[in-house]
Design a protein around this ligand. Structure first.
Ligand code: PMV
Length: 348
């Protein structure tokens, strides 16, 4: 068991024990990341902006295992194999090469996002892994450096390092592509889970197909850059209406882009469209609500905190209240004292 010490900034670091635990939250993009200009460095074709949430954390312990022959990855109390384990090992190889270490590791992770909530994305997972692994391997990284590192696991993870509203600069190389917090008015999200089955095409594959086959891809890049500039200005000005309008139009543009691939991909389902219509009706009734959706059928509705309950009530009438959840702005990835227990022990 590691001896934890609390640093002057209040974060908890392992004292040369080779073990650390970190917690990170998912984020929902208001200006979306869709498309890579560099697949291995994970540099996006354009910048993006998101809200880090206060719900559905991923908590990850990384414990060095110098005698181990390979990394061990336990997710939600089960030993992970195949692609999930390979992605963790590829990521740890990067950390090891920077730390000058050969040591394998045991990684234990618990993801609180319910399967199919549309938030079980890799963002929280890789943000927590980057934070825990860099501490366990003794890398001293500041927040931009952690954001760059998390980006290598999954692009959107660069934003989950950051609290509240995160602006991910597209950048042109590893150094210039990272996220940072920007000021914004207080926001809330109502997450509407319309379908909990696994998505048919991964975002990684769908991004590739988009770049290869969509006739709209160049227009997407230039229009995303314009939307991002307007969005940053709206955040700085505290203009909720403008933030909402850009959020909804940019999400619909992303889904139109994705539908323009060959063969086409459609993530939105009939129930998603029903929620989109309900959001328009809420606005007509004077409640400011704006819809967005990631690479899946579930819809997240951006609203002012004061209106979140009314929006949740309306969407609950359509989907059932179990399918609706109000979330708010959350913290960036951070170290925590309590390790994730090994598979098979209580609490996983
Ligand atoms: O980071 P990835 O590979 O999971 O891609 C995320 C893509 C979207 O969620 C659809 C958009 C975004 O900006 O998060």
């Amino acid at each position: 068991m590691s001896t934890d010490v609390t640093s002057p900034t209040g974060s908890v670091r392992p004292a040369e024990t080779g073990a650390a635990t970190a917690r990170a939250f998912p984020n929902l993009a208001l200006v979306k990341y869709w498309g890579k200009r560099d697949e291995s460095l994970i540099l996006p074709v354009a910048g993006s902006l998101s809200l880090t949430l206060d719900t559905f954390a991923a908590t990850t312990t990384v414990q060095l295992d110098p005698a181990g022959e390979q990394d061990r990855f336990e997710l939600n109390g089960h030993l992970a194999t195949g692609t999930a384990r390979d992605r963790v090992t590829t990521f740890l190889d990067l950390v090891r090469s920077r730390a000058g270490s050969q040591s394998r590791a045991i990684v234990r992770s618990v993801n609180e996002a319910p399967t199919g909530a549309g938030l079980a994305s890799s963002a929280a997972g890789f943000a927590a892994l980057a934070t825990a692994a860099s501490a366990a391997y003794g890398l001293e990284l500041d927040t931009p450096a952690l954001s760059r590192l998390a980006r290598r696991g999954s692009g959107s993870a660069a934003r989950s390092i950051i609290a509240n509203v995160a602006l991910w600069h597209a950048g042109t190389d590893d150094e210039s592509s990272f996220a940072e917090e920007i000021p914004a008015p207080e926001l809330a999200m109502v997450i509407a889970t319309v379908d909990s089955s696994a998505k048919a095409v991964s975002s990684r594959e769908a991004m590739r197909r988009t770049a290869r086959t969509s006739p709209y891809f160049v227009a997407w890049i230039t229009s995303t850059e314009a939307s991002l500039t307007e969005m940053v200005a709206a955040c700085r000005a505290g203009d909720f209406t403008q933030i909402g309008e850009i959020t909804e139009s940019h999400a619909l543009r992303m889904h139109a882009l994705i539908a323009s691939t060959e063969p086409p991909i459609r993530y939105l389902r009939p129930a998603s469209i029903e929620v989109l219509d309900a959001v328009v009706a809420l606005r007509d009734a004077g409640i400011e609500a704006y819809a967005t959706a990631d690479a899946g059928p579930n819809v997240a509705v951006l609203t002012r905190p004061a209106d979140a309950a009314a929006v949740a009530t309306r969407l609950g009438e359509i989907l059932g209240e179990d399918h609706v959840r109000v979330v708010g702005p959350g913290p960036g990835a951070h170290l925590v004292p309590d390790p994730v227990p090994p598979a098979g022990e209580a609490g996983t």
